[in-house]
Ligand binder design. Structure first.
Ligand SMILES: [Fe+2]
Length: 383
């Protein structure tokens, strides 16, 4: 079977990478940017790092700061209306996953028209390239700055759905380590565990390839060696830099090998309860992995070794379990080993979420097929 690999056209990475952006935009003759961000990032003045760079290079901009943590269809419509009213020829997202996801939707609809839901009933459904998109990333986890995915929340239906489209790729992705130093501990932990989930789900995906394996395994190694340090000391530049490479590598892996039941189930927790995406993944990853290890023990045994577990003398299934325990230890060390019931999740909604999880496109590449009852059982284990 043939394979297609997607990446942004250009990626600017490392300390002060954002200071390279203005010249790149000037070279492409952009006139006015719609900056897509949220009120928190405006409030703490982090977005000034971007607006200063645009001012220096005489690029006009208008700010849309209405993005919610789980961006909604309405957020995309509101941003699109502002883009049209202001006649912008470029979209720049600034933040973690939420602004990137919202900006991708805006840029896709700006050239393709219709409603964002129109692009969710299959993959690569848009006819035209989106309006040029630049992503400036301030967290190390979602990889939304560089993938072919966007995740949208349908508020009335209480669901989140992914859109997979090659026209969602940015022309430039910026991962500036200095913009990540301000991340609070809980966000560093949740986004780091999101990245670990991307890498693990891509590594055991039914469509993994040698390229995605290389990216996923390096990501797991970097996260195992650096996430705890980045959580404990946000100023640890070495750990922060390792984590921005790790999340990007994990993005390379899952943007091309897709994901599995952890994300399919986490999307429902986001849609129904507005739970933090990375935290939902961290909670679900060990027990979904136990379910999947039945089919992919050798791959989970690799995860154990990459995370530093000595598996000498163990069978594949023993080593797989040791790898899952290593994931649990890391999750506990960074404070994401929480219970769904404590976060407000109710047993009576589990069936609704399990049915929707099995209809989520991320389920397609999970290495072992589950019934609705089996998904409910996994939810119950982490209640
Ligand atoms: Fe994710």
């Amino acid at each position: 079977m043939s394979n297609t690999f997607y990446m942004p056209q250009m990626s600017l990475m490392g300390p002060d990478a954002i200071k390279e952006l203005g010249a790149e935009l000037n070279a492409r003759n952009f006139k006015k940017a719609l900056i897509v961000t949220d009120k928190v990032l405006v409030g703490i003045n982090l977005v000034d790092n971007l607006t200063r760079e645009l001012d220096t290079h005489q690029i006009n901009f208008v700010i849309f700061d209405g993005v919610k943590p789980n961006p909604t269809e309405a957020n995309i419509e509101d941003g699109l209306a502002l883009l049209k009213a202001e006649d912008c020829d470029l979209v720049i997202s600034f933040g973690g996953g939420s602004p990137h996801d919202c900006a991708k939707g805006i840029a896709l609809l700006a050239t393709n028209g219709g409603h964002i839901r129109d692009y969710s009933k299959g993959v690569h459904l848009s006819a035209k390239p989106q309006l040029p998109l630049v992503t400036v990333n301030t967290t190390a986890g979602t990889a939304a700055e560089m993938t072919v995915f966007t995740i949208v929340t349908n508020e009335e239906g209480e669901t989140k759905y992914p859109i997979v489209d090659k026209n969602l790729l940015p022309i430039i992705a910026v991962n500036d380590t200095e913009l990540m130093v301000a991340m609070p501990k809980s966000l560093t932990a949740a986004t780091g565990m999101d990245a670990l989930t991307h890498a693990v789900e891509a590594y055991v995906s039914s469509i993994a390839s040698p390229i995605t394996d290389a990216a996923a395994t390096k990501a797991i190694e970097l996260i195992a060696n650096n996430l705890e340090a980045a959580v404990n000391d946000g100023e640890d530049r070495e750990a922060r830099d390792a984590m921005q490479y790790a999340e990007y590598l994990a993005g390379m892996a899952f943007s091309n090998a897709s994901l599995g039941y952890v994300h399919a189930m986490a999307h429902q927790l986001g849609g129904v309860y507005d739970l933090v995406h990375g935290l939902s993944n961290a909670i679900l990853l060990p027990d979904v992995s136990r379910f999947n290890a039945v089919a992919k023990a050798d791959r989970f045994a690799d995860v154990a070794r990459i995370m530093g577990v000595d598996t000498t003398g163990m069978s594949d299934s023993e080593a797989a379990e040791a790898g899952i325990v290593a994931i649990e230890k890391l999750s506990a060390a960074v404070g994401t080993d929480q219970k769904l019931a404590d976060l407000g999740v109710k047993e009576e909604r589990l069936e609704f979420m399990a049915i929707n999880a099995l209809n989520d496109p991320c389920s397609l590449t999970n290495p072992r097929k589950a019934t609705t009852e089996e998904i409910i059982e996994i939810f119950k284990k982490v209640m």
